[in-house]
Design a protein around this ligand. Structure first.
Ligand code: GRF
Length: 214
């Protein structure tokens, strides 16, 4: 069972609202965590039309404080029988009324199924706290430390059905310092993400605008 609640400006797709490709210009941000990357996007003035979360998290407060509508598609099961396709369908129907040209995942904790890629082909991007293809997965920072890496970093990339895969848009290295913990290293990586991710999103939005398909 999924719950979807919208705050602020929200029109349900049940009303038949479906924006045409021409009217889509906004950015949807998907988050599950503290929302510090989201905060950087807000501070940079990106045209965020909705923040969607899959659980109760600080990112909700970040969005609400900025006056951005929050959509909650709460993931109620983490079991193997989690219905990814049904969950994804719900996410898509919640996003559709928000004039979404581009979807930015910023620490979003649920892998989404095929239907969102069908609805937003080539328009879903992600940031990952490692230099992909190294250290894929949810614990990328810990993995870099455990591997004894002297350098890691972050990667902004197009999202595909494969987790932490897809064409790379931007990458920047971050040194691993003596005495680093997962927390200190991740925070230094996030400092870079807060800079390169908004810049990459502006560039992609501008390209969509220029190509006339946003
Ligand atoms: C970022 O490091 C992102 O790459 C990872 O989750 C983190 C999100 O941080 N997938 P925050 O919640 O925005 O602080």
């Amino acid at each position: 069972m999924f719950t979807a609640r919208c705050y602020g400006r929200c029109v349900t797709s049940a009303e038949g609202t479906r924006l045409t490709a021409e009217s889509r210009h906004g950015l949807a941000v998907l988050a599950s965590g503290t929302g510090s990357i989201l905060q950087a996007m807000i501070d940079d003035g990106l045209p965020i039309t909705v923040v969607l979360v899959d659980r109760s998290c600080r990112a909700e407060t970040v969005a609400e404080t900025a006056g951005i509508p929050v959509a909650r598609v709460i993931r109620s099961s983490y079991a193997a029988d989690f219905d990814r396709d049904a969950y994804t369908a719900q996410v898509v129907s919640v996003l559709l009324p928000y004039e979404v040209a581009l979807i930015a995942m910023a620490g979003y904790g649920t892998v989404l199924g095929e239907s969102i890629h069908d609805e937003f082909p080539g328009r879903i991007v992600n940031t990952h706290p490692a230099l992909l293809p190294a250290f894929r997965g949810w614990h990328a920072v810990e993995a870099a430390l455990e591997a004894g890496a002297t350098e890691t970093g972050c990667t902004v990339h197009f999202a595909t059905l494969e987790v932490d895969d897809g064409p790379i848009i931007a990458q920047e290295a971050v040194p691993v310092l003596p005495g680093d913990t997962a927390q200190t290293l991740h925070e230094r990586i996030k400092q870079v993400e807060r800079r390169i991710y908004p810049a990459a999103l502006w560039k992609l939005l501008a390209e969509l605008e220029t190509s006339g398909v946003s």
